[in-house]
Design a protein around this ligand. Structure first.
Ligand SMILES: [Zn+2]
Length: 152
């Protein structure tokens, strides 16, 4: 289960059923599944979050910052994918099809699932800042990669 303070901070932004039934692992995400990457050096990408299966999210220890607006928003990004896991029929296949469109030359934002979760992340960060959570350097880039990506 998510720690209580995280659930309290994100209550109302994500469904209770997701907040109360998602397991959080603070660990280096494995390079499979849905992931958030950040650029840490020229051409060097680091996976900072993932939602590899229904009910499970992983956050990289260096990016786990549950007392900050952007740290909570990163968790929110992955919780948004949990909503998708639960509501999109055959989500894995649908997501993969979106990624294949990207690889075929569309910009990353053509993945509608990532566009939705990045927008969710931005909304959460803005609201949490308004509620007084300290900001943190923005780290997540507005796209994720999945299995089959060049960063695998
Ligand atoms: Zn994502």
């Amino acid at each position: 289960m998510l720690p209580q303070d995280i659930r309290d901070a994100l209550r109302g932004l994500y469904p209770d059923s997701v907040l109360d039934n998602t397991q959080l692992e603070v660990t280096v995400p494995r390079l499979t599944g849905f992931m958030v990457f950040t650029l840490i050096a020229p051409q060097k990408w680091l996976a900072i979050g993932s939602a590899p299966s229904p009910g499970l999210i992983r956050i990289h220890p260096s990016y786990y910052a549950p007392k900050t607006a952007t740290g909570l928003a990163l968790i929110g990004h992955e919780l948004c994918h949990q909503v998708q896991w639960r509501t999109v029929p055959n989500f894995l296949a649908a997501y993969t099809a979106e990624e294949e469109r990207n690889i075929a030359g569309h910009p990353p934002w053509s993945n509608r699932f990532e566009a939705e979760c990045y927008a969710s992340e931005q909304r959460a960060a803005t609201l949490l800042r308004q509620r007084g959570y300290p900001s943190r350097q923005a780290l997540a880039l507005p796209f994720c990669m999945c299995q089959g990506s060049p960063f695998r």
